[in-house]
Design a binder for this molecule. Structure first.
Ligand SMILES: [Mn+2]
Length: 495
């Protein structure tokens, strides 16, 4: 008989005995994988008819074993747990940006198709964890398919999940909105893509899960989609699946904007969000989560990327971030104030790189090298950026065993002189510094006659902004170069 657990446990007590329709082998597989803490029991099959569709069906016959393959083991608890995986922003077949090959860089072959490999990692993870449900919260595709291979690849992976008894719920986001995708392919039965006209609810009776979702009809959805999401289904684990920007977040396009309190007030248990590419748990109760993207694509997407494993037990949710990325973008800062030569600066960076790589699980990394500190050779570093980059790349190839790609070297160091004292001095350097200080006190760049109007017009609507301190930083670079040139001229005269 089906037992109950006082209503504390989501779904488990309502779970019918089920088996994959493809037969005995899969039932055996599923039973082997299932790690139920409840002892098997027997229920009449007639009680199992319901709205359950897809690959899972109630067994025919008068009685079936109460052996549900769809729940992960409960461990020490007294109820089996419905579990699911939340992913988003897979951007399948999106190119990686900012990787220019050079001698000693990792093999381009290894990282080609990184977004596909990350999808494979996701599929393997879902199967190996025996999770019955995968959610994808928008931007599965990067845009309209170049050809059908992108769709065929995805459908093939979904078929593999279907064979393992996994269902997949997908909403479209701004990148793969209904009207931007001109090509279509039928997806296997285990995949549900939510409609874009209005929010709908997908009820998975056997899991005790209700998923509410709505796809983007067009790229620029500025309505608050969440506002129209339906009421929660009583007695089920309710999940909101949504591609949106929570108001207040910076640096992202404001699509389907909504306030976090609105989501919290819906009465759902979990909000699976997409759009922001960083993993973030915005609220614990109810759990409101951005899974982040599954593979970083450029240097603004640094750190581990992956998915979220969610388990429900005794009415509470437990979430765990799991990395899936095959290539990681990392910013590595090194203090080079002790550097006495370009090679020495590169060696100091190599030490910092070795430390940073130890945390990346052995995967190849794309590294932005950031050099900081006041040092005597700062001017030399500024004057010959190609030599600096070559030294850094050589050290990186050495330290990483050709597993680290130097995407760019960013020099944030400064000269090892007291600039304030120098500015007060009656020297050419003092005069120069006083003039530059005047210029930097003029944030509009009027004295420099800087006219950025044309540039700003070109950038309008692209989401790219000119950093507010750009002029200040240019002046600092000019200062360091000029001070180096003056020092060089001085030492040449003294010789
Ligand atoms: Mn995205």
């Amino acid at each position: 008989m089906l037992t109950t657990c006082g209503g504390k446990c989501y779904a488990h007590c309502k779970a019918p005995a089920v088996r994959p329709k493809t037969g005995k082998n899969q039932l055996n597989n599923a039973a082997r994988h299932a790690k139920l803490s409840h002892a098997p029991g027997i229920v009449p099959a007639g009680s199992l008819e319901g709205r359950t569709k897809g690959v899972i069906r109630a067994m025919r016959g008068p009685f079936v074993l109460f052996q549900c393959p769809l729940f992960r083991g409960a461990g020490s608890g007294d109820c089996a747990m419905p579990a699911f995986v939340h992913a988003a922003d897979i951007h399948l077949d999106s190119p990686l940006k900012g990787l220019f090959p050079y001698e000693g860089a990792p093999s381009i072959e290894e990282i080609r198709g990184a977004t596909r490999q990350a999808l494979d990692n996701l599929v393997n993870f879902v199967i190996s964890e025996h999770v019955p449900l995968l959610l994808i919260a928008g931007d599965l595709y990067d845009g309209d398919w170049h050809d059908f291979n992108t769709g065929l690849y995805f459908a093939g992976r979904m078929r593999r999940l279907g064979e393992a008894g996994v269902r997949v719920a997908i909403v479209r986001g701004n990148h793969d909105a209904a009207n931007t995708m001109t090509k279509t392919l039928p997806m296997p039965d285990n995949v549900k893509i939510f409609k874009s006209r209005r929010p709908e609810t997908w009820i998975l009776d056997d899991l005790g899960i209700a998923i509410h979702g709505q796809s983007y009809a067009a790229q620029e959805i500025t309505d608050n989609l969440a506002a129209a999401y339906p009421e929660p289904v009583a007695g089920m684990l309710n999940i909101g699946l949504l591609h949106c920007l929570i108001s207040g977040a910076q640096g992202h396009l404001p699509y389907a904007p909504c306030h976090i309190d609105l989501l919290a007030s819906k009465g759902y248990d979990y909000w699976a969000l997409g759009h922001v590419h960083n993993y973030a748990v915005l609220r614990e109760t109810p759990r409101i989560v951005y899974s982040g993207c599954s593979q970083g694509r450029h240097i603004r997407e640094t750190g581990p990327k992956g998915c979220v494993l969610v388990e429900a037990q005794d009415g509470a949710l437990r979430t765990e971030f799991c990395a899936l990325d095959v290539l990681r973008w990392v910013g590595v800062s090194a203090d080079i104030s002790a550097a006495e030569s370009v090679a020495h600066a590169a060696a100091l960076f190599g030490d910092a790189l070795a430390t940073a790589l130890a945390d990346q699980g052995g995967r190849p990394c794309c590294v932005r090298a950031i050099l900081k500190g006041r040092c005597g050779i700062h001017g030399r570093l500024c004057a010959d950026p190609a030599a600096l980059a070559a030294n850094i790349r050589a050290v990186a190839a050495d330290v990483s065993g050709k597993r680290a790609w130097i995407e760019k070297v960013e020099l944030q160091s400064g000269p090892a002189v007291d600039l304030d004292e120098l500015a007060r001095s009656d020297t050419p350097q003092g005069q120069l510094l006083r003039y530059l200080n005047e210029l930097s006190a003029d944030p509009q760049g009027l004295a420099l006659d800087l006219d950025l109007t044309a540039l700003k017009a070109k950038l309008a609507g692209s989401g790219v902004r000119i950093p507010e301190d750009a002029v200040g930083r240019m002046l600092e670079d000019a200062r360091d170069l000029l001070l180096t040139a003056l020092a060089d001229a001085q030492s040449a005269l003294e010789k």
